[in-house]
Design a protein around this ligand. Structure first.
Ligand SMILES: O=C(O)[C@H](O)COP(=O)(O)O
Ligand SMILES: [Mg+2]
Length: 415
């Protein structure tokens, strides 16, 4: 009997069913291959085909993906729901971003976008709080929430780190954030940092009358992360932070499950995303990584600074819009703008991204000439001014911390 071959995965007259996952790829075929061949191999290798014509008894085509559109280098592939294990992001990615990324049939391939169908999407929990953190955890009203990461990113002792947190909270910021590579090193052990920072947090809350919280980085192997999440909840913190790309999505899913029991929100740092998304013609777009993060259930996610900060960013505004969009009733995600921000950039940032965000600055707070407390005050003042529709320069006239920050950094993008 005839076997299943890669050409069977191409049908340009096909209309995907509503239950199918539709993926859009940028495909550059190998030099010796035409586009239709390459595009059908993408559908084949990412579902249930391989390079050889298979001589297998019975039909397995009900699990096959179909390339149904080719426009220039843009290829659309539909995947049947039965191909996927419900609630397993690693399995989904082993299909749609697996072997095909290294297949010799393509010179370059990038997963650009996904159209997530209801059955697969709702087999995941999604965020527990999403952008609701702004008013469920804090009382931020219409303003963005604010955060700072102590710098240097590693090397501060526990005492120094907690003291910087205190200065930042009292200066006016909502959140202290660990840096992505600070976890449980000898110079600043996790358990001590958690306890001391929360003690400082309590003092800062008493002094300011405002709610404060701490994004403590629990990143590690999965079991250790779960133990750390338990400690965080026991000690009365509201959040855990996870480096979601370096830990992997299976681990994120386990943390999400535990955080449901513990009532903790998840702050997702995206360190290493650029290994997937920086080369525009290859890899997995940040847009898709953000979709995965929402579906797996993080509450806050770094999505860039709409080109205002120090890091290369891909379509922050479009990604944020997707994170807020309707998705079968699933909660949204609060976008975090971070990487090279300072008070002088806040008005333009809010103009580009809106107020339903978290604004995070490290160097732009601790590099303030008068220190962390003044830097925190300046960042908060820049937010308050912008939300009240007052130009930063005008607000700075009677807010000296903001004035000093504007004199130092102006409205320049750093490098
Ligand atoms: O983890 C982050 O988001 C960065 O460390 C931000 O640091 P920066 O504000 O100093 O660029
Ligand atoms: Mg960092």
């Amino acid at each position: 009997m005839p076997g299943i071959k890669y050409e069977d995965f191409l049908d340009l007259g096909y209309t995907p069913a509503e239950s199918e996952l539709v993926c859009t790829f940028h495909v550059e075929p190998a030099a010796d291959m035409d586009m239709e061949d390459a595009a059908s191999r993408v559908a084949s290798e990412s579902s249930n085909g391989t390079w050889a014509e298979l001589q297998v008894e019975g039909s397995i085509t009900d699990l096959s993906a179909t390339t149904f559109s080719i426009e220039g280098n843009e290829v659309k592939v539909a995947y049947p729901d039965a191909l996927f294990e419900d609630g397993s992001m690693p399995q989904v990615l082993s299909c749609i971003a697996g072997n095909i990324m290294g297949m010799k049939a393509v010179e370059r391939i990038r997963l650009l976008d996904c159209d997530w169908p209801e059955p697969l999407t709702t087999s995941f929990p999604g965020p527990q709080f999403g952008s609701g953190v702004r008013n469920e955890i804090f009382d931020a009203g219409e303003r963005p929430i604010t955060a700072t990461v102590p710098k240097p990113k590693v090397g501060l002792s526990t005492d120094q780190h907690a003291q910087i947190g205190y200065e930042a909270w009292v200066g006016g910021l909502d959140l202290l954030k660990d840096d992505e590579n600070l976890t449980d090193q000898e110079f600043n052990p996790f358990a001590d940092r958690l306890t001391q920072s929360l003690a400082m947090r309590d003092d800062a809350q008493d002094e300011t009358g405002e709610k404060k919280s701490y994004l403590v980085n629990i990143t590690a192997d999965t079991n250790t992360m779960l133990e750390r999440a338990d400690m965080v909840a026991e000690q009365g913190c509201e959040y855990v932070m996870v480096d979601v790309i370096t830990t992997g999505w299976g681990a994120v899913q386990s943390v999400r499950e535990r955080c449901e029991e513990l009532g903790l929100a998840i702050h997702a740092h995206r360190a290493m995303h650029a290994a997937f998304d920086r080369i525009p013609s290859h890899g997995v777009s940040m847009r898709v990584l953000a979709q995965i993060a929402r579906i797996c259930g993080v509450d806050q996610l770094h999505t860039g600074t709409a080109d205002l900060g120090k890091l290369e960013n891909e379509d922050t505004v479009g990604i944020n819009e997707w994170l807020y969009s309707d998705l079968y009733g699933m909660n949204d995600v609060l976008p975090v703008a971070s990487g090279g921000l300072h008070p002088g950039l806040v008005a333009e940032l809010i103009d580009r991204e809106g107020t339903n965000i978290c604004i995070q600055a490290g160097g732009g707070v601790h590099g303030h000439p008068d220190g962390t407390r003044a830097g925190a005050a300046a960042l908060r003042q820049s937010v308050d001014a912008t939300v009240a529709d007052i130009p930063l320069e005008a607000y700075a006239e009677d807010h000296p911390e903001l004035k000093v920050a504007l004199d130092k950094w102006g409205t320049e993008t750093p490098r």
